[in-house]
Design a protein around this ligand. Structure first.
Ligand SMILES: [Zn+2]
Length: 82
């Protein structure tokens, strides 16, 4: 039986830490609720790469206020500190 990863639809859970592994028989239907907390769950994407939660790029001013140094790209390998 493959061990599949599920996550609560709410995206967060203190009991299963937002993700739970459940053995699912390929002949049986996938569980719809977390065995630990009872929340509705969905299959995690099979992608191995972590899902980025960033929906948009931060602006230069936001990056600065977050403590990042902002460089403007001038050309290949050239950056200017703003
Ligand atoms: Zn849970």
């Amino acid at each position: 039986m493959p061990l599949l990863r599920f996550r609560p639809n709410s995206g967060r859970c203190k009991l299963c830490h937002g993700e739970v592994e459940i053995r699912v028989d390929k002949d049986s239907t996938a569980p719809i609720e977390c065995p630990k907390c009872g929340q509705a769950i969905e299959r995690c994407p099979q992608l191995s790469a972590p899902q980025a939660k960033v929906l948009r790029k931060p602006s230069a001013s936001e990056a600065k206020s977050a403590g990042f140094q902002v460089y403007k790209r001038l050309g290949k390998g050239e950056y200017e500190k703003q």
